[in-house]
Ligand binder design. Structure first.
Ligand SMILES: [Zn+2]
Length: 176
């Protein structure tokens, strides 16, 4: 085995369990935060969390046909995120789930199609979801998370954040 291949394998073997440990840590942390926040939201089913790489965005709220809900998190985009920032992220995602949970399943499918097709509808949904998170009392946390994302996201993601979500100034004005 040449030296370089050995070095690469050595580094992977050493750091893989460490990376997994970080992921497990994030899931434990997010479940704990969810326990504390779930009382603020009416969601008629189980909520679970999975980690998966995402192209755009750090989290996605999903509804499945049999009354279960999943929040997908991209741990690569949540490196160094703190507890308050995670609360802000969750405040937004749980607001999505609460609104999904008010829809019939066919109604939800229609919503998902509209969301995929119309950028205006996407923008309206995301801004409304931000406002719902603030109404729930998580304005400061949402602000912290939005600031985190604007400081760490890719240029393409920042463009989408600015286009579809409440701005820092708008969130601050709504908290007051
Ligand atoms: Zn959203």
């Amino acid at each position: 085995m040449n030296k370089r291949a050995f070095l690469v394998i050595f580094i992977v073997v050493i750091f893989l369990p460490f990376a997994r440990g970080l992921d497990d840590g994030l899931l434990i942390k997010i479940n704990g935060i969810y326990e504390n926040m779930s009382g603020h939201y009416e969601i008629n089913g189980d909520v679970s969390f999975v980690l998966k790489d995402r192209n755009i965005g750090s989290a996605e709220a999903k509804r499945y046909p049999f009354g279960n809900y999943v929040i997908v998190l991209d741990s690569n985009k949540l490196v160094d995120v703190d507890g308050v920032e995670l609360e802000g992220m969750l405040a937004h995602e749980l607001a999505h789930l609460e609104s999904y949970s008010e829809m019939s399943f066919p109604g939800f499918l229609l919503f998902a199609i509209k969301y995929g097709l119309y950028s205006d509808f996407q923008r309206e949904t995301e801004r409304e979801t931000d406002m719902n998170a603030i109404d729930k009392g998580f304005g400061k946390e949402l602000l912290a998370f939005r600031e985190y994302r604007l400081n760490t996201a890719s240029e393409k993601e920042i463009e989408i954040l600015k286009k579809n979500y409440l701005s820092i100034e708008e969130i601050k004005a709504l908290i007051r």
